[in-house]
Write a protein that binds this ligand. Structure first.
Ligand code: CTP
Ligand code: CA
Length: 225
């Protein structure tokens, strides 16, 4: 019955969500990764699908089950995530980049397991910035929202990122706060646009997902004078 109460306010939209943390292989048994659980991205995919959107969930490895009604595109590395995102961009009307993307990958992947023997120096090379490429390829009317996890000067870094990346909004996470964010079922964020910083206080990630979608829809509506 609850689902009947949902507004179908995303009907007609194709929402592409990236989630999880990409992994860059070092050797056959090891990778460089990060602490993303994928929970926020999966909550957004679920919320968007419930509101009537067609949802494409491009997901790096997580321990989560794909929400009902989403098309799951599993990926591992940043390069795979980039290909999957760019391949689906022409069908997409809203992009939500909740994934924690590995910024560097080992210059070479060892064919055999690296053996322990004294200090080890890894040579890393930068990965592509998927969000920046999406912004470059954006079609008229497309909404692009990025995520940023910061540990200090959160608003300053967030605003800088918003302008640098050219996204319509950045969902800012203060990951220095305890008990929320990484791996938690709750989170608190700031929805940052060019002219507004909207504080979304601590709440369950699934509820926060609906609030974020509402703020995204508000960006679509002409501003009242
Ligand atoms: N992002 C991306 N591709 C990358 C790195 C990041 O698409 N190679 C996206 C993330 O999915 C996120 C946004 O960019 O939506 C911001 O990520 P973040 O790591 O905060 O930005 P960076 O530019 O990598 O800055 P930092 O040096 O703080 O890591
Ligand atoms: Ca980064």
């Amino acid at each position: 019955l609850e689902s009947l109460n949902y507004r179908n306010d995303l009907a007609g939209e194709t929402v592409l969500v990236t989630a999880g943390g990409t992994r860059e292989p070092l050797d056959p048994v090891r990778f460089l990764g990060n602490r993303s659980s994928g929970k926020m991205g999966y909550a957004l995919a679920d919320a968007a699908a419930r509101r009537g959107a067609r949802v494409i969930l491009v997901s790096a490895p997580t321990a989560l089950r794909a929400p009902a009604g989403c098309e799951l595109v599993p990926v591992v590395t940043t390069a795979e995530m980039r290909s999957a995102v760019l391949a689906r961009l022409s069908e997409t009307t809203m992009v939500i980049k909740a994934a924690a993307v590995a910024d560097y990958r080992p210059h070479a992947e060892a064919e055999q397991k690296l053996k322990r023997s004294g200090p080890l120096t890894l040579e890393l090379e930068p990965t592509n910035d998927i969000l920046a490429e999406v912004v470059e390829l954006r079609r008229p009317g497309m909404l692009i929202v990025g995520f940023a996890a910061e540990t200090e000067n959160v608003i300053v870094h967030g605003r800088d990122k918003l302008l640098r990346k050219g996204a319509d909004a950045i969902v800012l996470n203060d990951v220095s706060r305890e008990g929320i964010g990484f791996d938690s079922d709750r989170n608190a964020v700031t929805f940052l646009t060019r002219d507004k910083a909207i504080d979304l206080p601590e709440m369950p990630k699934r509820q926060l997902a609906d609030r974020i979608l509402e703020e995204m829809l508000a960006l679509r509506r002409p501003t009242r004078v």
